[in-house]
Design a protein around this ligand. Structure first.
Ligand code: GLU
Length: 450
C-alpha cells in the first residue's frame, strides 16, 4: 500500500485487521481513511484515545440471512442476504442493496464504511449502511427476480423502516427490483411507508432525478474540479467505464455539457465510438432490452469498434470516469492514462481505483476525486426523496436537479476547503475523508458512549 498510517493510528489498524481477517476490500477502505486522518493524529484531544475511530471501524449491526427461492424450473435455490448497519450518528442507516455474485461480507462492509463518510459529506441527515446478496440477476427471468426479491424482503423487513434503515439500489438493483421489494414490505407490514426505500418509481413515491442522480452528480463534481482550475467540459474527450445506471447518466450529462464521451464498457469488453456514443441506442440496449454492448456495436455499425480483450483505460482521453465497480482501475491502467495525458479522474463507482493507481495519479499531479465525494449525488437525491416522502410532496425535475447541483458544489467546497485547512490543498481524498469523518465523530462525541 502506498501512503503510511500515522504511528499513533497503527494500533487501531492492527486491532481492526485482527478482528476482520481476510476482508481485503474492507481493509482497503479503512486504510485509506486512516491515512487521511494523519493531520489530526495527536491533535484533536477529544479523539485522543482513538476510541471513536475504533468504534467507527466496527459496524453497529451486521445481519446475514438465508434467502431461499424457487427458479422457473421448480429448483430450490439458496442465496445469502446481508445488511450491515454501519453508523447511525447522523440519521437512519442509509445505503443501497447490491445483487451480484461477487457480494460477500467484506464487500458489504467496505461499501457500508464508505457510505458513512459519503453520507456525512452530503450534509444531509443520513447515517450509513449497505446490503445485498450474492444472487446473480443475469439471465434470470422477471418472475425469478420477483420471487428472489420477495424472499429477500421477507427477512429484511424486520430490520428496516423510515426512521431505522432506508435501503436503495446499487449494482443489480434498480427501480424494478425496488418495486418488488417495496410491494413485499407493504404486504408484510400493512403500511404504505414510502420513506422505507428510495429509488422508487415515479407513481409510487419516487423522486424525479433519482435515476439520473449519481451520474449527473459525478459530472457536476467534475465541473467544479475544472472550474477550480479555470476550465470547463466543452470539447473534452471522456471515457466512462461501465454501462449501468451511473455510467449512462454520467454520459448523458457530459454530452449535455458539450463533452464527447468516446468509450464505455460492460463485463464482456468495451466499445470505442470516436464520434461520440449514441446515447439513445445505449439506453435502448441497456435499459429497455437489458442487453449487452455487443448489441450496441452490431446496431451502431461502422463508426465504432468493440474490444473484447484489454482495458478501456488504454483509450486516450482528457477525463476518466471509472463507473463500473471496485478495483477496476489498477497500476497499468493509471500509467496508461497518465501516459496518454489524462487531466482529471473522478470516480462514479465505489472505490474503482486501487490505492496504487491513486498514488500514480497523485504523483503525476492529476486531480483525482474519490467516489465518496464524486458519486454522492445518488444518495443525496435519495435523501431528497425521503424529504418529499415525509412531506407527501413531489418536486419538479428542474427543482430537484437544481438542489442536486447545489449539493455537489457544496461537497466540492467542503472537500477542497478541508484539504487546504489541513495542509494538503488539492487532495480530494484527504478533504473528503477528513470532512466526512469529523462530522460523524463530533456527533458520536456528543451522543456519549455509543
Ligand atoms: N448505492 C448508492 C451509493 O453507493 C446509493 C445509495 C442510496 O441512495 O441510498 O451511494
Amino acid at each position: 500500500m502506498p501512503a503510511e498510517i500515522h504511528p499513533r493510528l497503527q494500533p487501531v489498524f492492527d486491532e481492526f485487521l485482527a478482528r476482520n481477517p481476510g476482508e481485503k476490500e474492507f481493509h482497503q477502505a479503512v486504510y485509506e481513511v486512516l491515512v487521511s486522518l494523519t493531520p489530526i493524529a495527536g491533535k484533536k484531544p477529544e479523539y485522543a484515545q482513538w476510541s471513536i475511530l475504533r468504534r467507527m471501524c466496527e459496524p453497529e449491526r451486521q445481519i446475514i440471512f438465508r434467502v431461499p427461492w424457487m427458479d422457473d424450473e421448480g429448483t430450490v435455490r439458496i442465496n445469502r442476504g446481508f445488511r450491515v448497519e454501519f453508523n447511525s450518528a447522523l440519521g437512519p442507516y442509509k445505503g443501497g442493496l447490491r445483487f451480484h455474485p461477487s457480494v460477500n461480507l467484506s464487500i458489504i462492509k467496505f461499501l457500508g464504511f464508505e457510505q458513512v463518510y459519503k453520507n456525512s459529506l452530503t450534509g444531509m441527515p443520513i447515517g450509513g449502511g449497505k446490503g445485498g446478496s450474492d444472487f446473480d440477476p443475469k439471465g434470470r427471468s422477471k418472475a425469478e427476480v420477483m420471487r428472489f426479491c420477495q424472499s429477500f424482503m421477507t427477512e429484511l423487513y424486520r430490520h428496516i423502516g423510515e426512521y431505522t434503515d432506508v435501503p436503495a439500489g446499487d449494482i443489480g438493483v434498480g427501480t424494478r427490483e425496488l418495486g418488488f421489494l417495496f410491494g413485499q414490505y407493504k404486504r408484510i407490514t400493512n403500511r404504505y411507508e414510502s420513506g422505507v426505500l428510495t429509488g422508487k418509481g415515479q407513481s409510487w413515491g419516487g423522486s424525479l432525478v433519482r435515476t439520473e442522480a449519481t451520474g449527473y452528480g459525478a459530472v457536476f463534481f467534475v465541473e467544479e474540479m475544472l472550474r477550480a482550475r479555470g476550465e470547463d467540459l466543452q470539447g473534452r474527450r471522456i471515457v466512462v467505464s461501465g454501462s449501468g445506471n451511473v455510467a449512462i447518466y454520467a454520459i448523458e450529462k457530459a454530452q449535455q455539457r458539450g463533452a464527447t464521451v468516446i468509450a464505455c464498457s460492460d463485463s464482456n469488453g468495451y466499445v470505442v465510438d470516436e464520434s461520440g456514443l449514441d446515447l439513445d441506442l445505449l439506453k435502448d440496449v441497456k435499459e429497455e432490452r437489458r442487453g449487452r454492448l455487443s448489441d450496441y456495436v452490431s446496431e451502431r455499425g461502422s463508426s465504432c469498434r468493440h474490444v473484447t480483450n484489454g482495458s478501456i483505460w488504454q483509450v486516450p482521453c482528457d477525463i476518466a470516469l471509472p463507473s463500473a465497480t471496485q478495483n477496476e482501475l489498477g497500476v497499468d491502467d493509471a500509467k496508461a492514462l497518465v501516459g496518454n495525458g489524462v487531466r482529471l479522474v473522478a470516480e462514479g463507482a465505489n472505490m474503482p481505483c486501487t490505492p496504487e493507481a491513486v498514488e500514480i495519479f497523485t504523483q503525476a499531479g492529476v486531480p483525482y476525486a474519490p467516489g465518496k465525494a464524486s458519486n454522492a449525488g445518488g444518495v443525496a437525491t435519495s435523501a431528497l426523496e425521503m424529504q418529499q416522502n415525509a412531506s407527501r410532496d413531489s418536486w419538479t425535475f428542474e427543482d430537484t436537479e437544481t438542489r442536486l447541483g447545489e449539493i455537489m458544489r457544496a461537497i466540492h467546497t467542503r472537500c477542497a476547503e478541508t484539504a487546504a485547512e489541513y495542509g494538503n490543498p488539492g487532495n480530494y481524498v484527504m478533504g473528503a475523508n477528513l470532512a466526512g469523518y469529523l462530522k460523524v465523530a463530533d456527533a458520536m462525541v456528543a451522543q456519549g458512549l455509543i
